[in-house]
Ligand binder design. Structure first.
Ligand SMILES: Cc1cc2nc3c(=O)[nH]c(=O)nc-3n(C[C@H](O)[C@H](O)[C@H](O)COP(=O)(O)O)c2cc1C
Length: 180
């Protein structure tokens, strides 16, 4: 059987984002896998832009990547108790593409945030935002990585065995959900 393909969506764009690191750790624990991270640096959704130029190529590429992936992992930071605008913008744009690439897609969501709750509220809102797209979102184990800037070593490995074990369990469930 060929290797499963896993697509990661990080709600934080910055290069050293702990949400990116968490996704990479998830991909490592999903192993073996062919992992790619999507580029969410998209234009802001604007109906005038859509009317004038149609779906931007970067958005169509993201929708195609989601559609073609065996499974998708999403990690959101918490910004003022919600998921990031970057992530919501990407979800809104993809919802404007033809078809629904999320339909029945195996998806795992997680969050990495500075606060003590690890972005729990942001993740809960993100789950609600995904409902219209009808993916197969795993219910758990839930990963809310608190104080995320202190949770990775220099190689980007999770420091806490507790988080690593939960993430491993989540990835094994995602693997099974994707039929591997
Ligand atoms: C605008 C803004 C709002 C934030 N609000 C929250 C918040 O409500 N709860 C929280 O835990 N952290 C909050 N933070 C801290 C982020 O969770 C933290 O920067 C997070 O680790 C960013 O993820 P990253 O490392 O992937 O970039 C906020 C940060 C910013 C920039």
């Amino acid at each position: 059987m060929s290797q499963p393909t896993l697509l990661g969506l990080s709600g934080s764009l910055r290069k050293d984002a702990t949400n990116r690191k968490l996704l990479r750790e998830a991909a490592r624990l999903f192993d073996p896998v062919s992992y790619a991270e999507a580029d969410l640096n998209l234009p802001l959704y604007d109906g005038d832009l859509e009317d004038a130029e149609g779906i931007p190529a970067s958005v169509q590429m993201l929708a195609d990547q989601i559609g073609q992936a065996d499974a998708v992992i999403i990690s959101t930071p918490e910004y003022n108790k919600g998921p990031s605008g970057v992530l919501k913008n990407a979800l809104d744009w993809v919802s404007r593409t033809k078809g629904n690439p999320w339909a029945s897609k195996p998806v795992a969501v997680m969050s990495a945030a500075g606060g003590r709750a690890g972005g729990e509220r942001a993740q809960m809102i993100l789950r609600a935002c995904m409902v219209p797209f009808q993916p197969r979102i795993l219910q758990g184990p839930e990963i809310h990585l608190a104080d995320s800037s202190n949770e990775f070593d220099d190689q980007g490995r999770l420091l806490s065995e507790r988080y690593e074990n939960s993430l491993h369990m989540l990835m094994q469930k995602l693997r099974a959900e994707a039929g591997f």
